[in-house]
Write a protein that binds this ligand. Structure first.
Ligand code: ATP
Ligand code: MG
Ligand code: FE
Length: 333
């Protein structure tokens, strides 16, 4: 099968062609980071306008790089949600227009299913499989017993981990998006500042990051009152140590308690070097097979949407011509 994927849920306009659900023929990503930087975050109106300007060009480029035409494609898979509604609509409408014009089946993909399926572009998935999803809007543990079916066994009760990274970075005066900046700084510092670990109830797989974020802000504030200024690298290292300890600790407990032997990591924060190292080490120790996508497949891209769409194609899960952008779309069905 040849699937054309389209992703416009946030601030990346992307189109890709994937063969057999596993092989990337093209994956064109246009990032808008520069346009949102001076506002310190994604501005929805600006995001939508960029998608409108970019989407046709990106689609043409994806087909050209894959050396296929629209007629060769078996189906068009597009991110249906969650995301910014105005941004989603650009991708959904582009996909519908192409599907209608070429009489091709249309597939509506959940953005987080896409992040998880980025791993299948690296290595075949085996079930039962646990996914640690860490992105700008999500922090979840997702259990899968077969392709295309998802059970969320834990999720954040407040901030997503990427959101916490971006807020702490802003407090330190680092430019948007702050995650990669903190990651870089953390490698140069010492985790010398005592920060809380949000383990929650002993049996919970849920996460919480707003307390940690506030603790960082309070620590900086109190130090300032005393006329001190902790080294930003030490703040970054201490924050990252807390995040990584809880994420890895909960994930490995879920692996043990659910008897899972196969783990994947997904989402933008999976690009974090500290987290990649810690999870890799824990999995080696536990004898668990782990896949982490390369950096370019961790952040938003359309190849992952095409990969998730490919299993929906096999299952005959097609969208009707009423497909719409769903900002609050649920992963479980
Ligand atoms: P969602 O996927 O939940 O809808 P999103 O698509 O906005 O949200 P992604 O694009 O998957 O999120 O990830 C972006 C997030 O990843 C940002 O918060 C960014 O700061 C964070 N991030 C990217 N690289 C790193 C890194 N090396 N360390 C920590 N965080 C990172
Ligand atoms: Mg993004
Ligand atoms: Fe994402």
């Amino acid at each position: 099968t040849l699937i054309l994927g389209i992703e416009t849920s946030c601030d990346e306009t992307s189109a890709a062609v994937v063969r057999g659900g596993t092989e990337i023929l093209s994956n064109v990503v246009s990032s808008q980071i520069e346009s949102h930087k001076r506002f310190g975050g994604v501005v929805p109106e600006i995001a939508s306008r960029h998608h409108v300007e970019q989407v046709t060009y990106i689609l043409e480029q994806a087909l050209e790089e894959a050396e296929v035409t629209l007629d060769d494609v078996d189906a068009i898979a597009v991110t249906e949600g969650p995301g910014l509604v105005g941004a989603l609509l650009v991708g959904v409408n582009a996909a519908k227009a192409l599907a209608f014009a070429k009489n091709k089946p249309l597939i509506g993909v959940h953005h987080i299913a896409g992040h998880i399926y980025a791993n299948r572009l690296v290595e075949e998935l085996e079930f039962p499989l646990l996914s640690l999803v860490v992105s700008g809007g999500h922090t979840e543990l997702v259990l899968m017993n077969e392709h295309g079916r998802y059970e969320v066994i834990g999720e954040t009760r407040d901030d997503a981990v990427g959101e916490a990274y971006d807020k702490v970075a802003r407090t330190l005066g680092l430019p948007y998006p702050g995650g990669p900046q903190i990651d870089k700084l953390a490698a140069e510092g010492e985790a010398s500042i005592d920060l809380p670990r949000a383990w929650l109830e002993a049996d919970s797989y849920d996460f919480s990051f707003s307390g940690l974020k506030s603790a960082v802000i309070n620590t900086l504030h109190n130090a300032k009152q005393r006329g001190e200024e902790p080294a930003p690298a030490d703040v970054a290292a201490s924050f990252q140590a807390s995040v990584v300890e809880v994420l890895v600790g909960k994930t490995m407990r879920a692996v043990r308690e659910r008897g899972v032997e196969r783990l994947v990591m997904a989402g933008g924060v999976a690009a974090n070097r500290g987290l990649r190292e810690a999870l890799t080490g824990a999995c080696e120790e536990a004898g668990v097979k782990l896949t982490i996508p390369p950096l370019a497949l961790c952040t938003d891209n359309a190849a992952m949407i095409a990969a998730a769409g490919a299993v929906m194609y096999e299952r005959g899960e097609f969208a009707g011509d009423r497909l719409n952008g769903e900002p609050g779309l649920e992963l479980e069905r």
